[in-house]
Unconditional design. Structure first.
Length: 356
């Protein structure tokens, strides 16, 4: 059976076996050097599309509004240099001609366009007969009707290659997210359009580079087909969305740590599948050891403080509390209780074994 993920390759886009469909690149194209350096740093990763904002619409008039047409030249150069196909936002029909001339491979409608049915209608009309996949970001306000309407307007104008990007919604309540993901609203939308490919944009949801991974993992757990992750060769110098962009190395680490449960990412051929599973186990083992080392360091500090307080060597862990906690974990994660208790016995003996 053809899945929504298969649509992406049917449309001529590149996908990588065993990887989510990845769109990466800076929030905005800022300079030729920044565009080329970022693209080159991403070239070896499983990136399906290189993104960069060319015309930016930000809330405050004085904020950076993109460099405009010149960025199209830098992007073409980046594509020639790295082979990375290109994706940009289209927010006005007046840019369509230059965009087509620049050979952009995918266009997306931004959150501030999707929210406006007049703007969507105008763009849908302009895009009639243009054979480029159009990805639609969710509207900036959590309005299901407006979001559904945007897809319908494109379809009514004969546009068939449509993908969806969840970038989060303006917050109505205090939230740890810059833009609320509203997973339940997404679920309703997905029930209406189950056939479309779904991409998550964790950068705008999180608003903070340190929180991007957790949103990506959540999206993978929820069977998204891809990710759009803002990546800048030097995020601290970014002219827009400075707090949320990753550098290429952070992106690579993030990809390595993601656990992919969606069956569409399963490598069909068994040999490669085995290799992929072994790599994942290696990564998990490495994380386990890192976590153990972190625990060990904390336990040693506790032992030191207790020794200072009582004058006697003490233990880092409260046995009864630990025992109860471990039994709870065993239930929650459906792991054998005996096994987990024995494992923690060994882990907590580490502090004694190292002589602290
Ligand atoms: C972006 O992708 O950089 C952007 C401005 O998108 P959004 O429309 O989600 O705000
Ligand atoms: Mn951005």
């Amino acid at each position: 059976m053809r899945t929504a993920f298969d649509n992406l390759s049917q449309w001529g886009l590149r996908t990588f076996s065993g990887s989510p469909f990845l769109i990466a690149g800076p929030c905005s194209a800022e300079s030729r050097e920044q565009v080329l350096a970022t693209a080159q740093a991403l070239e070896h990763l499983p990136v399906s599309l290189f993104r960069a904002g060319v015309w930016k619409s930000h809330a405050l008039a004085e904020t950076f509004d993109g460099v405009g047409n010149i960025a199209l030249e830098w992007l073409q150069e980046a594509k020639a240099l790295t082979g990375l196909p290109l994706a940009i936002e289209i927010n006005s029909r007046k840019h369509l001609e230059e965009i087509l001339q620049a050979g952009i491979d995918v266009l997306w409608l931004g959150a501030r366009t999707t929210v406006n049915p007049f703007a969507v209608e105008e763009l849908a009309l302009a895009l009639r007969g243009v054979d480029i996949p159009i990805f639609v970001k969710n509207p900036i306000t959590p309005d299901l009707g407006v979001w559904v309407g945007a897809i319908e307007r494109l379809r009514n104008n004969g546009i068939e290659k449509i993908g969806v990007i969840l970038r989060g919604f303006v917050n109505r309540r205090p939230s740890k997210w810059r833009y609320e993901p509203e997973w339940e609203l997404l679920q309703k939308f997905r029930q209406i359009f189950p056939e479309l490919p779904y991409i998550c944009d964790p950068s705008h949801i999180a608003g903070d580079a340190n929180m991007v991974f957790s949103v990506c993992q959540e999206a993978m757990n929820r069977n998204f087909h891809g990710l759009m992750i803002e990546t800048h060769y030097d995020p601290s110098k970014a002219l827009s969305d400075v707090a949320q962009q990753l550098n290429p190395q952070q992106l690579e680490e993030l990809l390595g740590n993601l656990i992919l449960s969606n069956p569409v990412f399963q490598v069909k051929d068994e040999h490669n599948r085995l290799r992929q599973l072994k790599q994942k186990i290696d990564q998990l083992d490495m994380r386990l050891v890192e976590i153990l080392a972190g625990r060990e360091a904390l336990a040693r500090q506790i032992v030191q403080i207790r020794k200072k307080q009582t004058g006697k060597p003490g233990e880092a862990d409260d046995r009864a509390q630990l025992h109860a906690k471990v039994i709870e974990y065993a239930k929650q994660y459906q792991i054998s209780e005996t096994y987990l208790l024995e494992l923690f016995e060994i882990i907590t003996s580490g502090t004694k074994a190292t002589g602290h």
